[in-house]
Design a protein around this ligand. Sequence first.
Ligand SMILES: [Cu+2]
Length: 146
Amino acid sequence: MRIAASALIFALLVPSAPAVAEMHEVMMLNRNETGPMVYEPDFLQVAPGDTVKFIKTTSGHNAATIDGMVPEGNPGFLGQINEEIEIKLDQEGFYGIKCSPHYGMGMVMVIRVGDAARPASFPADNVPQRARKRFEDILGRNGFGK
Ligand SMILES: [Cu+2]
């Protein structure tokens, strides 16, 4: 009886509240050690409800979702050049992000929200060659290679 009462008190004292939402930061860069026009990091694993902030580390970049590379029904987002947007990601899935002026140069990144599997059409068919190469590299490095 005494043990049961202690267990009950313990259960009442320890909250089973959901984990606190985290803020993740991504730098938008002209260059790092991996090459020119990059997001750092270029892959994020986040929990539903977390926020991602894109930092204007060097000028001339933005962050925008790529058509066909967001979870079903998700509206995506579009940051303006040099805008430090904060995006709250509630929907599980894979998000393909591009820098609009440097998409053709391969400035892309991947955000995975929750436990989603890589969709068959990720990257999408119309992704430029250098961006496609970066996507395959990012996904392969993080355990989502084909
Ligand atoms: Cu850019």
